[in-house]
Ligand binder design. Structure first.
Ligand SMILES: Cc1ncc(COP(=O)(O)O)c(C=O)c1O
Length: 414
């Protein structure tokens, strides 16, 4: 009862807030009516004022329903609702696969589905071992919180995902940011740190394909640097797995499996399921199993999700036509973008930089009203002044929809 009353009030708040123009006055008014309906107590005041500050900066986030054609998901190969994935899960359920793991992997939660996924994924990615986590966020933050040690230095690309930053913050190593996609800047950081007496291990962290810009890291330069300076290279393939490389093995396929390389493959994007696989040398895998708190003190991922991720990997191999179809849609979108004088990233992620936060959200909202599900992305997710539309191309769209989207975008920006 209490819950449904609270969510009704919250819903009314959002309706009032949006209907009255989503500005500070609207926020205050909506808050007032929420309060007069008896909702927040004094203890909630500081949260209200934080929300107020976000609203004043046009940065208040709200959950929105899925609507219209999918131009915002990461379901690049259209696997999430595919018949083959459904069948795999239905079959697994029928043969008795558990939905919940029931415990930590180190206790009763270590199901045969986890082990099968990890063994087959290691073979697929040519890695010594893989370790399955409930999400990419969990895997990245666990990895950076656990593996780099006290005297080490982690060098993070300035645009790296929040989950890697979170791990570094929780860990004991020092960290520094390098300029985006700039191997010389990484080497400068190494030299400066060594010159200042840094003696520990160096960790270089990058995404192979950046989630908000769709551009690629200079992986071979970073690998050369890692070898030269005896460093580990950690590559987040969240947006490349399934889309690039032989059988969709990603952009790091030529270096994956090396002793100084760790790769993250998320399962919730092109693989159409959920979770993430860390691919790494055996000793690092065993160290995580022994020392990683997020792995030890957490219920294992659903065995059913392990089945789904494994099916996703099998589809990558069996159905190359999905990757081909995606690449032809991406090429088509590239022509459309160029035709409208918009930049092309060379991947399935098309960022359209608008600049100001409100403008980006208004254009995104206009596109949704026209039936295109595009989301605006604002700071702090992206750097200040670069609020954007993040358009992603997936097999859930057609060429006609892509053409319609770019026309609508041109109209809204005119
Ligand atoms: C680059 C990158 N790494 C990691 C993650 C986290 O993965 P997950 O969504 O599986 O938690 C994301 C998610 O958006 C991402 O874009």
């Amino acid at each position: 009862m209490a819950e449904s009353r609270a969510s009704k009030l919250e819903f009314q708040f959002l309706v009032d807030y949006r209907q009255s123009g989503s500005n500070t006055a609207a926020f205050m008014k909506a808050m007032e009516s929420l309060r007069s309906a008896g909702a927040p107590s004094a203890a909630l005041a500081r949260y209200e004022s934080a929300l107020h500050a976000l609203a004043a900066q046009n940065r208040l986030r709200a959950l929105r329903p899925q609507t219209g054609v999918d131009f915002s998901s990461n379901d690049y190969l259209g696997l999430a609702a595919s018949a083959r994935m459904r069948n795999a899960l239905t079959t697994a359920l029928a043969r008795g696969t558990a939905i919940g793991a029931g415990g930590s992997r180190l206790l009763r939660g270590n199901a045969p589905e986890h082990e099968e996924l990890e063994a087959k994924a290691a073979a697929f990615f040519h890695a010594e071992r893989t370790l399955f986590f409930s999400s990419g966020y969990a895997a990245n933050s666990a990895l950076f919180a656990t593996l780099p040690q006290k005297d080490d230095l982690v060098i993070l690309d300035e645009l790296i995902h929040a989950s890697s930053r979170e791990g570094v913050r929780a860990g004991r190593a020092a960290s520094v940011e390098s300029l985006h996609n700039d191997a010389a800047s990484v080497e400068d950081s190494i030299r400066t740190w060594r010159a200042a007496g840094g003696l520990g291990q160096i960790w270089i962290a990058a995404e192979s394909l950046y989630s908000m810009d769709g551009d690629r890291a200079p992986l071979s330069d970073l690998m050369t640097l890692a070898d030269k300076h005896d460093a580990f290279l950690v590559i987040d393939e969240a947006h490349a797995t399934g889309v690039f490389g032989t059988d969709g093995r990603g952009l790091a396929e030529n270096i994956e499996g090396r002793d100084n390389v760790i790769v993250l493959h998320t399962c919730g994007k092109a693989l159409g399921s959920a979770g993430a696989l860390l691919s790494l040398p055996l000793s690092l895998r065993d160290f995580l199993v022994n020392r990683c708190r997020a792995f030890i003190f957490s219920t294992a991922p659903s065995p059913l999700m392990a089945v789904a991720a494994l099916e996703g990997l099998a589809i990558l191999k069996d159905e190359p036509q999905r990757r081909e179809a995606l690449s032809s849609l991406v090429a088509y979108a590239g022509h459309q973008a160029k035709g409208h004088a918009l930049p092309v990233s060379g991947s399935q992620i098309f960022p359209v930089i608008i600049g100001d936060d409100l403008g980006a959200m208004q254009i995104a909202s206009g596109l949704r009203e026209r039936g295109f599900d595009v989301r605006g992305v604002r700071p702090p997710t992206v750097p200040k002044g670069t609020a954007r539309l993040r358009i992603s191309i997936t097999l859930n769209v057609t060429e006609a929809a892509i053409a319609g989207l770019f026309d609508a975008l041109a109209e809204l920006r005119a």
